[in-house]
Design a protein around this ligand. Sequence first.
Ligand SMILES: Cc1cc2nc3c(=O)[nH]c(=O)nc-3n(C[C@H](O)[C@H](O)[C@H](O)COP(=O)(O)OP(=O)(O)OC[C@H]3O[C@@H](n4cnc5c(N)ncnc54)[C@H](O)[C@@H]3O)c2cc1C
Length: 287
Amino acid sequence: MQAVKYARASSVEEAINLLREGGDTARPLAGGTDVIVQARERTRDISLFVDIKHIPELIGIEHSADGLTIGAATPCYQIYGDEQIQSDYPILVDSCSLIGGTAIQGRASLGGNLCNSSPAADGIPSLIVLEAQVEIAGPNGRRTVAVEDFCTAPGRNVLAAGEFVTKLSFPKPAGGSGARFLRFIPRNEMDIAVTNAATQLRLNGDGSVAWARVSIGAVAPTPLLVADAAAALVGQPLSEQTIAAAADASRAAANPITDMRGSIRQRVHLAGVLTERTIRQAAERAA
Ligand SMILES: Cc1cc2nc3c(=O)[nH]c(=O)nc-3n(C[C@H](O)[C@H](O)[C@H](O)COP(=O)(O)OP(=O)(O)OC[C@H]3O[C@@H](n4cnc5c(N)ncnc54)[C@H](O)[C@@H]3O)c2cc1C
């Protein structure tokens, strides 16, 4: 483990100043379940942790008539333990209850999952299909980015020096909506996804698809929003044919690598299988 200084921020402004003073090797610390491992293994050059999880704005869950806001450092167990999230956004329960095990979920945050920007992150596809907006604070004020535009490469994202994520905001799903996240791992738990996928869709009264979003992960340098998969569904009845067309679109969008967890062939195949399953299960939830 490299020697790392620790500073605890109690406000957004204090965190901005600490990150600015710390320079390139200062890193925000939320749950620490990625970044402490990276410091220990020296995979990142880190001289200062700026602990952001005691900033009141960054912890907590707020429901309103327009939707949901989650503080970036809110731990997973609080997210999947929230009754309104369980009823209105069950896909967040899918993701948050899969990240690590119980001990990890006591600390790990969705903001940390997003900012670690792993192509295989289990939180990001769900954020993408829920149309999350990412609020960022930094030396030049605040800005908002659509989550699908946040990650730019493995471990990289749009955050500039001194910036960090304060909250994630989600529109309220319209009536008739359902969403589902699934991943494939070779073990039952505590592993990195070989491939993962999420779908949110809205059904019309006649069973046709009014609106859809599909996202796949671990098949490209960043989690992908697959517009062609949604286009294969929207305006169509939810038939074997349209589901197969959406799965084909996900396979076509996948551009994975072969590594110790899976081959290109397996990942492309899984992108189709998981797209199909998340569509079916999202439709069950919608109904
Ligand atoms: C045993 C184990 C199992 C795991 N299993 C899974 C799994 O199944 N699926 C999965 O997706 N992940 C898994 N992870 C990885 C990790 O737990 C998740 O990515 C988690 O969500 C990270 O959140 P955190 O709050 O701990 O982030 P941290 O480790 O605190 O931070 C992660 C990165 O994001 C930055 N950061 C954190 N918060 C912010 C912010 N608000 N603004 C800007 N930058 C920020 C940090 O500087 C760091 O670079 C596992 C990790 C371990 C150790």
